[in-house]
Design a protein around this ligand. Structure first.
Ligand SMILES: [Zn+2]
Length: 122
């Protein structure tokens, strides 16, 4: 009996000193960038949030078995999620454009290098 009490006390100490109190309904996950432990309200599932340790935008995982439809959201929050999703979509589009530009540049560089190698072998 006494041992069980000690164990439950140890579990209480998991909280980071600067992190806000973790509630049962929070989604707890590690930042993919710095590994810091983040606790986000369950309503943040599937949304982006800023890591409180390194400031990176991270995607809040959706817990197994959780349906987004299960979330009891009012219309205001649904709108917020919609806007957040749209912002993420636009950001992703910009990233794709930047990567496409980069790809073209790299292909040009590659072709120049291949020409140089071909000339060197002649
Ligand atoms: Zn981080």
């Amino acid at each position: 009996m006494a041992d069980e009490n000690i164990n439950s006390n140890e579990k209480m100490d998991i909280n980071e000193s600067e992190a806000p109190e973790i509630r049962d309904t929070d989604i707890v996950f590690d930042c993919p960038n710095c590994g810091g432990q983040l606790a986000i309200d369950y309503r943040g599932a599937g949304l982006e949030t800023k890591c409180s340790f390194c400031g990176t935008q991270v995607l809040v995982p959706i817990p197994d078995g959780m349906q987004l439809a299960d979330l009891d959201l009012d219309s205001g929050e649904i709108l917020k999620q919609l806007f957040a999703t749209r912002r993420n979509y636009q950001k992703a589009e910009l990233k794709i454009q930047a990567l496409k530009t980069r790809l073209v540049q790299l292909q040009e560089t590659l072709s120049v290098m291949q020409d140089a190698i071909a000339e060197g072998l002649e």
